[in-house]
Write a protein that binds this ligand. Structure first.
Ligand code: G3I
Length: 322
């Protein structure tokens, strides 16, 4: 294949990326590569609750709309990210809950309205939604979020039902990190999915974020974990792949990084139900990593100047197990 788009077509999967809306608007070279290489997009931040409703009832859809519009022009599908999360909530919401001016019944209504409003707005335009994000803790207990504390565990089933009602054709996903290898998290998430299915809750897919670091071992069991979710009838997606490293960059580290990307794609292709590989940003020019992990970076497929790194070439070289 010549590029990722052609690779995606040949392998019959979607190859997506998270998109930085400011870069999409302001950088012609970024936009060009985005639209040439990728068959799907996810908003890195623009569809999160704090972005779309910074003041209560005051909606700011311009950035999210821009992403969806651009995707339409360049024939990309869209992954919606994310409806229910404990981070990047608007301050009016967290403050209102904390000081008691928003009670639990009202909070439930607010969540229902949020999901309904956002999913309905993009009805037919978003292929898949990350309905709930990161709802399980590292030790396998349910995450102690504002949602669990105030609404109880039923908020998860409710969220899927509300999303389904607002767009019956969108694929509804549960999404998490460290699910590539963390046994307690894997087991709890599997039980959660089975429980939802037993109660007739509309859940279609599992998203593995895939935030890897090359200073750690590659999660060698990942394909087997994917298969366990696929065996429950779920579609599988890698939703936020990257592979960070300790700076400075060396040839050796780039080679190791290339191997991590290659293995992630190979794992996905080895599981029939894995239909998507999305990277969390495609260029080191715009990546969340340096801001979050001191001394680390260079996690993406292309460098700051949009030049392909060994990892990019490694993806193109993957031979079809399909
Ligand atoms: O919007 C403000 C801006 O007004 C302000 O001037 C600027 C100064 O710091 O901050 C801006 O907000 C930042 C926002 O990204 C938008 O750029 C936040 O500080 C920053 O914390 C936020 O980080 C995002 C992070 O989620 C927050 O939770 C990252 O860009 C984004 O890549 C990251 O994405 C998450 C996925 O949603 C879920 N999985 C993990 C992944 C990586 O953490």
């Amino acid at each position: 294949p010549r590029d990722l788009r052609e690779l995606a077509q040949q392998q019959g999967i979607r190859i997506g990326t998270a998109v930085d809306i400011a870069a999409l608007r302001g950088e012609a070279d970024y936009r060009k590569v985005l639209n040439r290489e990728f068959t799907q997009v996810t908003a890195e931040n623009a569809m999160k609750w704090e972005s779309v409703e910074p003041a209560r009832g005051g909606f700011t859809w311009a950035d999210a709309d821009a992403l969806v519009e651009n995707a339409k022009r360049d024939k990309q599908s869209v992954r919606g990210h994310t409806l229910v999360w404990h981070n990047q909530l608007p301050a009016w919401l967290t403050t209102g809950v904390a000081d008691g001016t928003i009670g639990d019944d009202e909070l439930r209504t607010i969540l229902r309205d949020h999901i309904t409003t956002q999913v309905r707005r993009y009805k037919g335009k978003i292929r898949a939604w990350d309905v709930v994000n990161e709802v399980v803790e590292e030790d396998g207990t349910m995450r102690q979020s504002l949602w669990l504390t105030h609404l109880g565990p039923g908020y998860i089933a409710d969220a899927f039902r509300w999303a389904h009602r607002a767009d019956p054709h969108a694929k509804l996903f549960i999404n998490d990190y460290n699910l590539e290898w963390n046994t307690p998290k894997i087991e709890t998430t599997l039980s959660l999915v089975k429980d939802l299915q037993a109660r007739g809750v509309p859940i279609d897919g599992i998203g593995f974020q895939g935030h890897l670091g090359i200073q750690y071992d590659y999660p060698g069991d990942w394909a087997n974990v994917m298969r366990r979710f696929a065996d429950l009838g779920l579609e599988v997606a890698i939703t936020e792949l990257d592979a960070r490293m300790e700076l400075p960059v060396t040839e050796e580290k780039l080679a190791k990084q290339a191997d991590y990307y290659r293995r992630a794609l190979t794992d996905c292709l080895s599981v029939e139900a894995c239909r998507e590989l999305t990277v969390w940003g495609f260029t080191d020019r715009h990546s969340w990593v340096p801001g979050w992990f001191a001394g680390q970076g260079a996690a993406c497929l292309l460098d700051e100047n949009l030049a392909p790194k060994p990892a990019y070439r490694a993806l193109l070289a993957v031979k079809a197990p399909r």
